[in-house]
Design a protein around this ligand. Structure first.
Ligand code: NAD
Ligand code: FES
Length: 281
């Protein structure tokens, strides 16, 4: 059993929990995810890791309520337990595995959209801990839905916030800020890491392709059970079939077939769609 030591509502339908899971905390790296299960009857829910404290044995998860299981999870309080908390799973972010001196030579731009700010945070924190200053763009629909602003500000070289409705800082989508930084402020980037809703990652990739900036995306949103068994996260990357939960969740965004992945994501939401996908495969 895994004890929840902190449970907090960050914004409407967005929750943060610190969970006692010493083995996961000791081993996890930015980019990886965990699968949580509330109890015997509960669904397996894959969630990217937002933070970890190896000394205290704590792992931080952030989730949005999107259905019955996550609604039920949102009702858990500090002192309650998860039956399962499995991880770390998936592949760590590429830069964690690379030669640090090579990583230090690159100029990184991180783009965090909505709840996608949660998996971006440990990556930017890793950069800061290794003495690398990076630019971070955080986009949110409105001021009320903006999460982890203070945390990101503490680890980012520069943090650019934008809201779709202009209720806080800049007005507009993250893509407009990327364009502005590169075309008007003369910023140069060697790598962009974009994590957020699929539609955001699609349009960020379209733009960074035009701008010639290699881009990594996290396909966490298309995962269903996170085990490599259900097939929901099947995606075409550079014409090759990949599974986000096993081969990813991070991929070269310029090679991902977003339209196909989003169509699949939609179909997986209905029983009829799932039956149709099984027939086709
Ligand atoms: P959102 O809809 O509020 O979008 C966040 C930001 O993305 C917007 O503020 C905007 O700047 C940008 N954006 C959205 N559409 C865009 C477009 N067409 N062009 C350019 N930019 C655009 O995000 P949300 O409601 O917090 O998103 C929730 C989604 O994020 C869920 O689908 C969830 O699965 C996903 N998510 C992804 C990850 C991941 O690892 N990729 C992690 C957690 C959540
Ligand atoms: Fe089910 Fe990847 S999430 S196979």
């Amino acid at each position: 059993m895994y004890k929840i030591v902190k449970a907090e509502c960050l914004a409407d339908k967005i929750y943060l929990m610190d969970v006692e899971a010493p083995r996961v905390a000791r081993a996890c790296q930015p980019g990886e995810f965990v699968i949580v299960k509330m109890d015997e009857a509960g669904e397996r829910i894959p969630l990217t890791i937002c933070d970890f404290n190896r000394e205290k044995g704590l792992v931080t998860i952030v989730f949005q309520t999107v259905g019955a299981s996550t609604e039920r999870m949102a009702g858990l309080k500090a002192g309650d337990y998860f039956q399962d908390f499995v991880g770390p799973l998936g592949q760590p972010s590429e830069f964690v595995k690379e030669d640090l001196e090579e990583v230090k030579k690159r100029r990184y731009l991180f783009v965090a959209g909505g709840v996608g700010s949660a998996p971006v945070y440990p990556q930017v924190k890793w950069m800061k801990e290794n003495g690398i200053d990076v630019d971070v763009i955080e986009g949110s629909k409105t001021k009320d839905l903006l999460i982890l602003e203070d945390e990101l500000r503490a680890v980012a070289g520069n943090l650019y916030i934008t809201t779709d409705d202009g209720s806080y800082e800049r007005k507009g989508m993250v893509t407009e800020v990327i364009k502005d930084l590169v075309e008007n402020e003369g910023k140069k980037y060697d790598v962009c890491v974009a994590i957020g809703p699929m539609i955001m990652m699609k349009f960020v990739c379209k733009l960074t392709k035009e701008l010639g900036i290699p881009t990594i995306v996290s396909l966490n949103p298309i995962m269903v059970d996170g085990t490599g068994m259900c097939g929901a996260c099947r995606v075409s990357v550079g014409g090759e079939v990949k599974f986000a939960c096993v081969d990813g969740p991070e991929f070269d965004g310029h090679l991902v077939d977003f339209d196909q992945a989003m169509k699949r994501q939609l179909m997986y939401k209905t029983e009829e769609g799932r039956a149709l996908l099984r027939l086709k495969e």
